[in-house]
Design a protein. Structure first.
Lengths: 482, 1140
């Protein structure tokens, strides 16, 4: 955004009133004008909370992306017929004319080797890989009819997070903070936590602000070093000295504001004060050492650790503090079967143990704190995995599956989502959607709806075109909403 | 967020309704925003068959009524539909498609229809008109002032000199002036002091570094390839090209043409080729399983969009999926433009091909010398005459030619495998007759009188008894292999080694063992062929049995018949099990021959093992053979041929193929076309073997191509004269003085090929070539290269934007609604496209470019949507000024520096940027320019400035990207290496931001925080946010802390008085003296902080020295620490972040 234009938007009430029909609602924009946000005569902060198009239950999002895409057929989507036909050659009709990332020729069908059982009042089928989540069957909404356009990791991941398969567009979290601002100005509004040592496939593009102002971009918090880049004072400067220097800076800037009368100077003064508060609040929220032993144990978190368990606990702490969007990425779900860690039997049991327990703890914890109903939780990968054995590894002893975009499962919970609900069906063998297909853009439209936005109306103009998360597609799936 | 309608509406609404309504400024946006999405150019999505973007469409008869009846608003359907009640279903625009028209708008619309509903071409597609500006006034001020007067406003007072010095320095070179520069400017009392100062800045090398930045945003330049693995990409030569182009003030049209089509210019220079990397900055995707063609198409789409966004302010992206909803660009036209850019060779390849190598000037000189010498030598081989020395050598050679003494061998024994009768004549020749089988082998035993044998002559002779006189038994013969042994094998059984296993061992770690073939001879039979091969490990598909498959070809890639163990193998081995113990006569080992990798076998051990695996025989070879080696186990010697020549040889069946170890039927010496005549071949041995008893076998595996009559001779001369080809022989018959030029040349080339002189020259050429190839380019750069005409791609419309979904085929063309086509161009290529863009009649390019420079200087364009000049963009705030500037840029012949100078020498630019309360409310965005520009610095400038004022900034220009300090993230990239980098050493840590390694998936964090884009796509305008994370960067990033420490040392050394020290620091940073209250506040901060450090010198030491390093001894640590904190405040001042 051009600074001068931004200035208009921040300063001319007339502009907001005139444009209330486009972009954001007028109420929300009026809030941006909040005259005394910092006890200073500063223009609005772009991260101040704003109202959405219509009222909604979900106030924030915790999105747990399992990078690489877990084998949904071994977790959520039970296919007894596929089990019966294990080791049969895959019928031609399912593979003809299709391209798979690492499979060619005729692969063999592979039913799940795992045990499935029904749980909760809803009788939801779930595998034995996720025992802790069994207890939460009635909190979960499982979509078994997902499909996407992409079968390679990076494009598929960018697609689900930004609505477009190439880098450069704003992510869901960016759209959310752009639309809603954040409730706590002492913390970033959009926090990203990464576990298992590897970035998401799309790199920072998976949580980027694309072309919308960079203030809406995901702020990656680290488990080692400064939790947020440069949040610590340099060696040799303690908090008192920082305060002293900021006091001087404020006085000098205040004088400049008087001398030159440029409104942005006031904004800058406010941002420095905010930064100062962030220096205290960020390390504080990221410090889990004050959590009880029981809590740490329930998440499987360790002080000083960097596991998904740690990050689920941090997600709860951040949600509690009013952070709008917490994005978790956990690497290592690409179950091709190229090594024992990627085996859908023992390997999956072990990997799920690092996910199942913390997510169950997160749901329970949020419920106990009364946050569950207003927190939209999303769990899933960038696509699904094939109902057949992956071609490259079909002769080995490890069981794995290839990438599969045509039909897979995603899970949601909390914030306005129907609990104990299964939406859509895959066909007998899991090759296609049999009922109620949900495209990634539909899912995104539904997310926006759950947050109170008309996905077609939350737009940003860039290079002459109005862009939105759902590009030019997407229909809200009403059946997912409580 | 939508852009505000802002300025234009404010102006238009003040017009009286009785004035002539102007379509472009008053009606167009109204139609565009409310109607055109459904009633516009896009046929597929046009509602009710009505289009309102043209007069014809709007006034068309729609069954008895028309949307618009010119001159009669009352009867126009559109007026009826826009004035219906809110809940009426027929209300236009319908719910959700736009707001209903306000009363004011309805009045305007009515008036327009009543005035005749005059449509007009979109303003930016019309030729710019140029008003005459009075001489005495600066043209920019003339237009700005006119509008100010209209609004009852005036220019602000001029900015003071110091402010102006800093402002224009930041604008032109991206850095504030040093105190010396400031002083020079302030003490220049001439009337054109400011102009001098500007001229000096325009000549500075930093000018190009600063202005290149904005161009690199457009070019989406990055040092990585993008997508998931985001590998490093070497393309920085393009960045350097842009810097140089700005510094050398390359005219903008040339700059454009070189980047879009430098390769298509006649005899393009290296720089012009490098320029084409502009469009090689597209991302490439090499994640496993991705389709190159898909991502090649994505890249071409990006090139179309970037080209039109950069030069013509036109959003083409919309027309990629369907006809543009607002602008006159059809879906077809999009792909006509696509076709122009669809004809380059690059195809999303991992190696970024095509790339060109870039050599340093010295390397270039060296290469030129080598190439010249090679050329000379090659020429001398081809056209030896004119070279006196060579001619003399030839004459000498000719004299002694054919003097080799040959001993004709008379066989004591002659045997045909097929059972043919071999009849011996007195002259030593042997004639075949009788039994004829498809293949044959003649085996002769001789007794030679020579002590050693160094060469063998094979004469193929005619005989009446043979078909058509011979020398073949049929119509042609093929001699596949000649095998010469010094002793008849069965007679020498005592030396034979008995063994079951033959084994190759390679000691040591990480050795790579590959062999093309291992032959184990029992008598003359290779028994390895029926053995079983094993090896220590297998890698790259080089299984053990490939060495006993009968294929001796050592080219690993091509023959796929070479074994290969796995990397990292220790004590590698290969062996063949013969099944049982055999009496072995000879072993042959054929090495890998490609890529110069034969030496990997150096030091190998060859062994024969008994059935109980006891070593029977072993030999170590410090040097591995380049091709093959033969080992005798029975004491016999085997002749190893190295050179062949023949009086006649059939194409592709040359004589050397009879000694290449390959017995396949196609690998042999044949004589088709020469049947009916005598021929001979001469075969030279590598080393002489013992004379006396000899055996020779002539292998003939080509079905029905047996030899009819043959005679063999041997010589002990080390370099027997080669066989002289028939055509040469004919020349030799002619007296040397009578030979034609052609004959002389043929003779000479024969001499050069076979004589020692030719060998010497060829060796010299090989040496030079090796030297030439060893000069490694100091960089490479991907470039555009046109496909050859035969490979031109067909372009189809991509339905809904999908490259797999083909619509009709299209041919290259210009989107003609935007600008007139080039005359006489029927099939435009990229060069035509570039010329079309820069054509003086193109109404967009000059406007868009002029507007871009304006935007960079004033912070906001005359058209604020600098990326969009179509109907969805904003109208210009000063249309006449924009047109004047556009025509002026053309008149200046696209002189970029002159154009920038024009802008910064205006009074408009030189005003004070102080904002009065009145103006803050009235014109917050400063569109009217009643005050000077005030804009936040770009990410690079924020960093460069901190380094500059602290004295750390390196002046080093160009070269590979650098890696200044950044915090470690401790995680890896997906499918890639770590995302952390090793910090550059020395001054490379302090280079200007433009040289920082730009990795798309992990941009340099502090610059990204200040809105530097990732550069995945063309960025026309950067955002400028103002966030707490930015404050954290300039407060705490070690780069800025180090800058504060350095600044503190400068301050400390500048005076003995604290107030002066701080005042000096202030002035270095802001180019002005502090006011008293400012200085007082900083001094009081100093004392406050110093008190704390006095109590904790350890803390002070950290503040003063970490990370910059130990303080000079004469400076007090506590003072220095307190000054560092003061410096940190200076570097964080609002005024530092802003150009004001």
């Amino acid at each position: 955004m051009n600074p001068a234009l931004e200035q208009i938007q921040l300063n001319t009430r007339r502009h907001f009133l005139r444009n209330c029909g486009v972009g954001l609602g007028s109420g929300a924009l009026a809030q941006m004008l909040s005259p005394d946000a910092f006890g200073l005569k500063a223009p609005g902060n772009p991260l101040l909370p704003r109202k959405s198009h219509f009222s909604s239950k979900a106030k924030r999002v915790i999105y747990i992306h399992l990078t690489g895409s877990p084998p949904h057929l071994d977790l959520w989507d039970y296919k007894p017929e596929l089990v019966k036909r294990t080791d049969q050659e895959c019928p031609d009709e399912f593979i003809k004319g299709k391209k798979f990332a690492f499979t060619s020729g005729t692969p063999k069908l592979m039913g799940t080797p795992r045990k499935f059982s029904q749980h909760g009042k809803s009788g939801m089928w779930m595998s034995d890989a996720i025992p802790h989540l069994h207890k939460h069957a009635d909190d979960l909404c499982v979509i078994k009819s997902m499909h996407t356009d992409q079968f390679n990791h990076a494009p598929a991941e960018l697609f689900v997070h930004t609505g477009f398969s190439q880098p450069g567009r704003p992510s869901f979290g960016a759209w959310t903070t752009y639309g809603l601002g954040s409730e706590n100005q002492d913390l970033p509004g959009y926090v990203v936590l990464i576990s298992s040592g590897t970035q998401p496939n799309g790199g920072k593009n998976s949580f980027s602000a694309g072309f919308i102002p960079s203030v809406y971009q995901g702020v990656q918090c680290r488990s080692k070093g400064d939790p947020v880049l440069y949040v610590s004072n340099p060696p040799g400067m303690d908090r008192k000295l920082r305060r002293a220097s900021l006091d001087a800076l404020r006085d000098l800037n205040q004088k400049a504001a008087e001398d030159f009368a440029h409104p942005e100077t006031l904004t800058r003064i406010a941002q420095y004060e905010l930064a100062y508060r962030m220096q205290a609040s960020v390390p504080d929220v990221m410090d889990i050492s004050k959590e009880s032993k029981e809590t740490l144990e329930s998440y499987g978190a360790e002080v000083g650790g960097a596991s998904l368990g740690n990050n689920c606990l941090l997600a709860r702490r951040l949600a509690e503090k009013g952070v709008r969007f917490v994005q978790l990425f956990d690497w290592g779900w690409d179950f091709h079967g190229t090594n024992p860690k990627e085996d859908i039997r023992d390997g999956l049991t072990k990997k799920c143990a690092t996910m199942d327990k913390p997510i169950a703890a997160l749901i329970k914890d949020l419920k106990e704190r009364g946050l569950f109903d207003e927190t939209l939780i999303i769990i899933g990968g960038e696509f699904g995995r094939t109902p057949f054995r992956e071609g490259r590894t079909s002769k080995g002893s490890v069981l794995g599956r290839d990438h599969f975009p045509d039909c897979y499962s995603m899970v949601m919970a909390g914030g306005g989502v129907k609990g104990g609900h299964v939406h859509g069906e895959s066909d007998e063998l899991g090759f296609g959607v049999a009922k109620d297909p949900v495209h990634v853009h539909d899912l995104q439209a539904t997310w926006m709806h759950l947050l109170g936005f008309d996905h077609e109306q939350l737009t940003y103009r860039f290079q002459g075109r109005d862009y939105r998360l759902t590009d030019v597609h997407g229909h809200v799936v009403k059946d997912l909403i409580a | 967020m939508k852009l505000p309608l802002s300025f234009v509406l404010i102006v238009t609404s003040s017009l009286s309704a009785k004035d002539e309504v102007d379509f472009n400024t008053q009606i167009k946006s109204l139609l565009s925003n409310r109607c055109i999405a459904c009633h516009g150019p896009d046929e597929e999505n046009r509602e009710a068959g009505l289009r309102l973007d043209t007069f014809e469409g709007a006034t068309r008869d729609l069954d008895g009524y028309s949307a618009i009846i010119a001159g009669d608003a009352e009867e126009s359907e559109v007026m009826f539909r826009v004035t219906l009640d809110d809940d009426d279903e027929e209300l236009m625009p319908p719910k959700g498609k736009g707001q209903r028209l306000s009363d004011e708008e309805i009045a305007l619309f009515t008036e327009w229809i009543n005035q005749g509903a005059k449509y007009d071409k979109h303003w930016s597609y019309k030729t710019p008109s140029r008003l005459i500006v009075p001489d005495a006034v600066h043209p920019v001020d003339y237009f700005i002032d006119a509008k100010l007067k209209n609004e009852n406003l005036n220019f602000s007072q001029a900015a003071d000199s110091k402010t102006l010095a800093r402002r224009v320095s930041l604008d032109l070179i991206g850095l504030p002036p040093t105190l010396e520069e400031l002083h020079t400017f302030l003490s220049d009392e001439s009337t054109n002091a400011y102009e001098n100062y500007v001229d000096q800045l325009l000549l500075r090398p930093e000018f190009g570094e600063h202005w290149a930045r904005m161009w690199l945003d457009l070019a989406r330049y990055a040092d990585s390839a993008g997508y998931a693995d985001d590998r490093a990409r070497t393309i920085w030569a393009f960045r350097d090209y842009v810097i140089k182009a700005f510094n050398e003030n390359l005219p903008f049209d040339q700059f454009t043409i070189e980047q879009l089509a430098g390769d298509l210019l006649p005899k393009p220079s290296e720089q012009q080729l490098i320029a084409t990397a502009f469009h090689r900055n597209t991302q490439t995707n090499n994640e496993g399983g991705t389709n190159d063609e898909e991502f090649r198409n994505v890249a071409v789409v990006d090139r179309v969009n970037t080209t039109f966004a950069t030069w013509m302010g036109t959003t083409m992206a919309c027309a990629q999926c369907h006809t543009h909803k607002y602008d006159p660009i059809t879906h077809e036209e999009y792909f006509q433009a696509f076709d122009i850019l669809n004809q380059t060779q690059d195809a999303d390849k991992r190696d970024e091909s095509p790339v060109i190598s870039i050599f340093s000037d010295q390397q270039k000189k060296q290469r030129k010398q080598l190439e010249a010498e090679i050329n000379q030598l090659e020429k001398s081989l081809k056209f030896p005459y004119g070279n006196e020395e060579l001619a003399q050598k030839l004459a000498a050679w000719e004299k002694g030619m054919g003097t080799t003494r040959w001993e004709i061998l008379k066989p004591t024994q002659a045997k045909s495998q097929s059972g043919a009768t071999l009849t011996l004549s007195d002259d030593g020749s042997v004639l075949a007759s009788g039994e004829k089988k498809a293949t044959d082998e003649y085996k002769f035993t001789f007794q030679s009188s020579l002590k050693t044998v160094a060469g063998l002559r094979v004469e193929l002779l005619t005989d009446e008894s043979l078909t058509q006189g011979g020398p073949s038994r049929n119509h042609n013969l093929v001699l596949n292999e000649i095998i010469l042994n010094s002793i008849e094998l069965p007679n020498l059984g005592h030396g034979v080694k008995k063994g079951q296993f033959v084994r190759i061992e390679l000691d040591g770690k990480d050795r790579i063992l590959h062999v093309a073939e291992v032959q184990v001879f029992v008598g003359d039979k290779n028994v390895a062929l029926t053995g079983k091969a094993t090896q220590s490990t297998t890698g790259y598909g080089g299984v053990a049995k490939l060495a006993i498959d009968g294929n001796t070809d050592g080219d690993f890639q091509k023959s796929k018949s070479v074994t290969h163990n796995a990397n990292g193998d220790a004590d590698a081995w290969w062996e063949v099990d013969l099944g049982e113990e055999r009496s072995l006569n000879k072993l042959a080992v054929w090495n890998r021959t490609d890529s110069g990798l034969h030496s990997r076998l150096d030091g190998f051990r060859l062994q024969v093992l008994s059935s109980d695996r006891h070593v029977v025989w072993e030999k170590k070879f410090p040097k591995a053979p380049k091709r093959d080696l033969l080992v005798s186990l029975d004491g016999s010697e085997v002749g190893q041929f190295v050179k062949a020549s023949a009086s006649y040889e059939q194409a592709r069946f040359e004589a050397f193929k009879a000694i290449d170890g390959n017995m396949k039927q196609d690998s042999g010496w044949a004589i088709a076309g020469g049947h009916g005549r005598d021929h001979y071949g001469v075969f030279t041995l590598k080393r002489p073997i013992a004379g006396g008893e000899l055996t020779v076998r002539l292998i003939q595996n080509y079905p029905n191509h047996a030899i009819g009559k043959v005679r063999l001779s041997v010589t002990d001369e080390l370099n027997p004269a080669p066989a002289i080809p028939d055509h040469v022989k004919n020349i030799l018959k002619v007296v040397s003085t009578d030979r034609s030029e052609k004959q002389n040349q043929e003779l000479m080339s024969f001499f050069i090929q076979h004589g020692t002189e030719g060998k010497r020259i060829n060796e010299r050429i090989a040496t030079l070539r090796k030297k030439l190839n060893s000069i490694k380019p100091y960089s490479t750069v991907p470039v555009l290269k046109q496909v050859v005409p035969a490979n031109e791609r067909e372009t189809f419309i991509h339905l809904r934007g999908s490259y797999l979904n083909h619509g009709p085929k299209v041919k290259a063309n210009f989107p003609s609604a935007l600008a007139p086509p080039l005359p006489r161009v029927t099939k435009p290529n990229r060069l035509d496209l570039a010329k079309w863009i820069m054509n003086k009649d193109n109404p967009l390019t000059a406007r868009v470019s002029a507007n871009r420079f304006w935007e960079k200087i004033f912070g906001i364009g005359l058209v604020s949507t600098s990326e969009e000049f179509g109907s969805q963009g904003e109208l210009p705030s000063h249309p006449k000024l924009l047109d004047w500037l556009a025509t002026e840029f053309i008149r200046m012949e696209w002189d970029m520096k002159a154009f920038i100078k024009l802008l910064v020498t205006s009074r408009t630019y030189q005003q004070s940027s102080h904002v009065s309360d009145d103006m803050a409310a009235r014109d917050p965005a400063n569109r009217l320019l009643a005050r000077g520009p005030r804009v936040r610095l770009s990410a690079e400038m924020v960093r460069d400035q901190a380094l500059a004022v602290s004295g750390l900034l390196s002046k080093k220009m160009f070269g590979p990207p650098v890696r200044p300090p950044q915090p470690d993230m401790g995680i890896k990239a997906a499918f890639g290496g770590g995302i952390d980098w090793k910090t550059s050493k020395g001054e490379d840590r302090f280079r200007r931001g433009i040289y920082t390694n730009w990795r798309r998936s992990n941009p340099y964090p502090s610059m990204a925080t200040f809105d530097a884009p990732n550069r995945e796509v063309c960025t026309v305008r950067r955002g400028t946010t103002n966030t707490p994370l930015q404050a954290l960067v300039t407060m705490n990033d070690p780069v800025y802390v180090e800058a504060a420490q350095s600044l503190a040392r400068t301050m400390a050394k500048s005076s003995n008085l604290l107030a002066e020290q701080i005042s000096n620091g202030f002035k270095i940073c802001l180019s002005r003296d502090p006011q008293k209250s400012e200085l007082d506040r900083l001094v009081s901060l100093f004392h406050q902080v110093k008190k704390r450090y006095d109590k904790d010198v350890g803390l002070a030491k950290k503040m003063a020295t970490d990370p910059i390093g130990p303080a000079p001894k004469d400076l007090n640590l506590v003072d220095l620490a307190a000054l560092t904190v003061t410096g940190n405040v200076l570097l964080n001042l609002d005024e530092m972040m802003m150009k004001r």
